[in-house]
Design a protein. Structure first.
Length: 478
């Protein structure tokens, strides 16, 4: 069976993404120069940020620099909300209960509640008005942006002044360490700093292998060392972790991931190439929730939970993380989603409300592993190797098939209600059509499971039936 790849310039996507990054950089610099920002009285910080944006490394596309730019874009959104609220309050004829003002305040509140700075915001909002609370947290956000630039983006060999660095799990940081991607180095802490989840640092790289950080009111020393991380044997993907693995555990993790990548390559070279295009780092985590809930905001960087997964299940997880990077890049390059503000739909697996973006994600993380598993079926049936957990493999394939198709009507509804464009509708429907074209293979799997594993088949039918009932309960007609 030939794997079906939807049409798309996958191999050229990094070139397109790089061009899009250039536009993002120019847009951010231009918005920081707008005269209306003067009302915020943040001239010194904005001037500093503009200076950093002029540096050569700030103009170069790298995953960490792209992430930094998206954070600045978020900062500009907060600035815009502050301006809207301040302008409304300054107008003599403004109504205290103005709908627009409330909207801006609601957006500001929701932004901080969903951010990494939710805790300090929640503490401030207990005793201060919204805007004052936001001003306090905004100052932290600005300092975090400077700290991230100097550690993760800048190529400067020394930093004299102290800075606040936000521990960023999405790039492989933890309470035990900072992973400097651009230099492939680790800054390791014997004990987590009392300032966690930020670290106050000075003298970064002013010596060969030491950095000073603030802990318990005094400056302590942390080692800067080569990461020791290496690429897998099977692909140019670097395996990293957050300081929780010893040498033997790390070697085992690399071996298991390498074996999973080999399974993908054996299934079809095009899927293997797809993974190599969209995944550059896999960060091993012991927390399945971190791996499952990460939106992969740093291009190429993904979490993977190994637990007791078989090699096939690890291959599925790698494909799913690559699929999310593919989707993120696609949505940056194309204006497919118009309105993603409301949780208008329902995720039957999570049993919770979800947005149209969640539906897009669901289609992607179902499609790629499903087709891989269908291709792997013949090999798994004939193989006696323990790496093929045949029972689990087949059940998972049928779950993914239903998971991809059960939300098909949501795509049409989103288009009819102007939440997505025609291009967005066509994008999702192309994947769904490809899955429907494989229906004969899916029926064959169902018959095989029913005959070979009748108990599992009954459990699966019950589970999928529950999904359908939940979907009906939350019908779009209600």
């Amino acid at each position: 069976m030939k794997l079906v790849l939807p049409s798309g310039p996958y191999t050229n996507i990094h070139n397109e993404f790089s061009k899009k990054f250039d536009g993002l950089h120019e847009m951010i610099y231009a918005e920081l120069s707008l005269p209306e920002l003067s009302i915020l009285k943040r001239h010194e910080f904005i001037s500093t940020l503009q200076t950093l944006l002029k540096s050569p490394e700030a103009k170069e596309y790298t995953p960490s620099n792209y992430y930094w730019h998206t954070q600045i874009d978020d900062l500009l959104s907060v600035y815009s909300l502050h301006i809207e609220i301040l302008t409304e309050e300054d107008e003599d004829d403004a109504q205290a209960d103005s709908e627009d003002s409330l909207s801006a305040k609601d957006e500001l509140f929701e932004f901080w509640e969903a951010s990494e700075l939710a805790h300090p915001f929640q503490e401030k909002i207990k005793s201060l008005p919204l805007l004052e609370s936001s001003e306090f947290v905004l100052a932290l956000f600005e300092q975090n942006l400077l700290g991230f630039f100097y550690i993760q983006v800048s190529k400067s060999s020394a930093l004299i002044d102290s800075l606040i660095y936000p521990i960023t799990m999405d790039v492989g940081d933890s309470a035990k360490q900072i992973y400097v991607i651009s230099r492939d180095q680790l800054i390791s802490f014997e004990t987590p700093s009392e300032t966690f989840p930020v670290i106050v640092i000075k003298d970064f790289l002013s010596t060969v292998n030491k950095v000073s950080y603030l802990d318990k009111g005094k400056w302590s020393s942390a080692d800067i060392t080569p990461s020791g991380y290496h690429f897998t044997e099977a692909a140019p993907i670097k395996i990293i972790h957050q300081g929780q693995l010893n040498s033997a555990q790390y070697t085992e993790a690399v071996t298991r991931i390498t074996n999973a990548l080999k399974l993908i390559r054996n299934a079809d070279e095009s899927f293997f190439n797809f993974v190599c295009v969209f995944t550059t780092h896999l960060c091993v985590t012991s927390d399945p929730l971190i791996a499952a809930n990460s939106a992969n905001p740093v291009p190429g960087m993904s979490f993977i939970c190994l637990d007791k997964a078989s090699n096939v299940e690890l291959a599925v997880r790698i494909l799913q993380s690559s699929a999310l990077h593919f989707l993120n890049a696609t949505l940056v390059l194309n204006d497919f989603i118009i309105d993603d503000d409301e949780d208008s739909y329902f995720d039957v697996e999570a049993n919770s409300a979800c947005s149209i973006l969640d539906i897009f994600r669901n289609v992607q993380i179902s499609y790629w592993p499903l087709v891989f598993l269908l291709k792997t079926f013949d090999t798994a049936v004939s193989s006696k190797s323990s790496e093929y957990d045949l029972e689990r493999l087949l059940v998972l394939a049928l779950e993914l098939n239903v998971s991809a198709l059960i939300y098909e009507d949501y795509i049409e509804h989103a288009f009819q209600t102007y939440k997505i464009t025609k291009g967005g509708k066509d994008f999702c429907e192309e994947f769904i059509k490809n899955i429907r074209d494989l229906s004969a293979k899916v029926v064959m799997l169902e018959n095989f499971i029913q005959k070979k594993f009748p108990d599992d088949f009954k459990k699966l039918q019950h589970k999928l039936g529950n999904w359908q009932n939940i979907k009906k309960k939350h019908s779009l007609n209600h």
